[in-house]
Design a protein around this ligand. Structure first.
Ligand code: HEM
Length: 475
């Protein structure tokens, strides 16, 4: 591997300028109405009250408005399924997800990450990375997922509150380490896990917001947040280089982990992924797959623990399908009510509120002419709460999904089109196994006095305080 390949790219791609509109209309004037408060205020409001701030804007401006985030171009937000369809069915030439995400994610994931690529490079990467995540392969990971969930549940205190979100993070991290990185238990596992936990604490911690801001990216021998971040990232990188080298020299026969499959993958020219590509993609899978899944699980507990009717139905289904034994691969497709509960939780409290694309040229979306340089958002949260699509949208009602498929472009917790989450099947399978296992092992209730507030973490919206619960042994 070239030394230069291992470094983070020094520069983010340049931002395109807003172009003039036909007839010389200023691009900003052509944008839909939206909040006129200062950008700092708009960003602060979203950081403090992520869901409520979207509710306020939708109530005031309807299904299309312009928001002005701090440090970025204007963002035109859509919640109308027709507009969402236009965004998701674009071939990616004019609507670029990589360019939109680059300035924030580039320094964290590395510039080879699929999340930052557009056009042909994204297409190639997607073809290389998609096969290991195919839905039919997921049963391969079922046993690992169940064992990890069981081990974590074994450590829970009985009768005292503990934050279940943190426990879900422990489960999803170990699942990524074993199923994606292919690191087995033992000293190597413990060492890599410890390094990743330290790295994630930087990327998710209080200094996370500064990591993406260039003037704050000063290393100072590991004394600054950025310096510590780079140091921890390099330590994991070294472990990954060793893991890749091991697979290249020993072969991957008999291995089912996703890293092994990516090492073996070949593009249409018969070329493998380079080490630099593999490393950035492993960081991407870690960052995109760990916190999102843990937070989605925490939200399910928030919704079901105060609903004895929903819990009773879930338990009845588990008893009928799984019985007294552990949940096995063949049970998962039969757990229809569990599937509905999961979807309803993702509808009401999606962990990502917006899916964002950047316009490289002027474009007409939902009958509106928009200038190049802006971003557009398919707003997951606000679309999922439209009363015309989802009657009584604030009510948690899994029955909406029982025996029914949502209308196209009305439900998209995993985004859509050519950029739809590559790990959607993996995450869904994992969440079902974990929920089935937890609910069959322990009785859970919300911690006394807990009042949930949705809070913005680095990349997700989560229930506040780690979602404290109390566990009791199941009778
Ligand atoms: C419940 C858990 C998860 C949620 C809610 C979620 C959500 C999302 C969303 C909203 C996107 C953007 C899609 C778009 O731009 O249209 C995305 C992309 C992505 N996700 Fe997930 N994700 C989850 C779990 C995972 C897992 C487990 C992995 C892998 C281990 C993963 C890997 C990725 C990757 C690689 C992309 C980029 C795809 C591309 O740009 O082509 N995600 N995810």
């Amino acid at each position: 591997m070239q030394a230069s390949e291992t470094r983070l790219a020094p520069e983010a791609p340049a931002s395109p300028r807003l172009t003039a509109m036909p007839g010389g209309v200023s691009p900003r004037r052509a944008l839909p109405r939206g909040p006129r408060t200062p950008r700092l205020f708009q960003s602060l409001r979203y950081s403090l009250w992520p869901y409520a701030s979207l509710d306020i804007s939708t109530r005031r401006y309807g299904d299309c408005y312009t928001a002005y985030p701090l440090g970025g171009p204007p963002m035109v937000v859509f919640t109308d399924p027709e507009a969402i369809k236009e965004i998701f069915t674009s071939d990616g030439a004019e609507l670029r997800a990589g360019e939109a995400a680059g300035p924030i994610l580039g320094p964290i994931l590395g510039w080879h990450s699929i999340l930052l690529l557009d056009g042909e490079r994204h297409h190639r990467e997607r073809r290389l990375m998609a096969p290991p995540f195919h839905g039919e392969r997921m049963h391969v990971y079922g046993r690992i997922m169940r064992e990890i969930a069981d081990r974590v549940v074994d450590g829970w205190p009985l009768g005292q509150p503990f934050p279940i979100h943190h426990e879900m993070q422990a489960i999803t991290l170990d699942i990524i380490l074993r199923a994606v990185f292919g690191v087995d238990e033992g000293a190597r596992f413990a060492r890599i896990r410890e390094r990743i936990v330290r790295f994630l604490a930087q990327a998710d911690g209080p200094a996370a917001a500064f990591l993406a801001i260039r003037p704050f990216q000063i290393e100072l021998r590991g004394l600054t947040p950025w310096g510590r971040f780079v140091r921890d990232r390099e330590a994991i990188r070294a472990e990954l280089v060793a893991e890749i080298a091991r697979r290249r020299s020993e072969g991957t026969e008999g291995r089912t982990d996703i890293l092994s499959m990516l090492v073996e993958a070949r593009d249409e020219q018969g070329e493998p992924m380079t080490d630099a590509e593999l490393i950035d993609e492993m960081f991407t899978l870690l960052m995109a797959g760990h916190e999102t899944t843990a937070t989605s699980l925490a939200w399910v507990f928030h919704h079901v623990l105060d609903r004895p009717d929903v819990l009773a139905k879930l338990r009845a289904e588990l008893g009928r399908v799984v019985g007294d034994g552990p949940v096995e691969a063949q049970h998962v497709p039969q757990l229809e009510y569990l599937d509905a509960v999961l979807k309803e939780s993702q509808r009401l409290t999606p962990v990502a509120t917006n899916v964002i694309r950047r316009l490289t040229g002027p474009m007409r979306i939902a009958g509106r002419d928009l200038p190049a340089g802006i971003t557009v958002s398919a707003c997951i949260y606000a679309t999922h709460r439209r009363p015309d699509l989802w009657p009584e949208p604030e009510r948690f009602d899994p029955e909406r999904f029982v025996g029914a498929r949502p209308a196209p472009y009305t439900f998209f917790p995993f985004g859509g089109g050519i950029r739809r989450c590559i790990g959607a099947a993996f995450a869904t399978y994992e969440m079902k196994i974990v929920l089935a296992q937890v609910l069959s092992r322990v009785e859970l209730g919300s911690a006394p006095g807990y009042r949930m507030r949705p809070v913005l973490r680095t990349i997700t919206i989560a229930p506040s305080g780690g979602m404290p619960v109390v566990a009791e042994r199941r009778r």
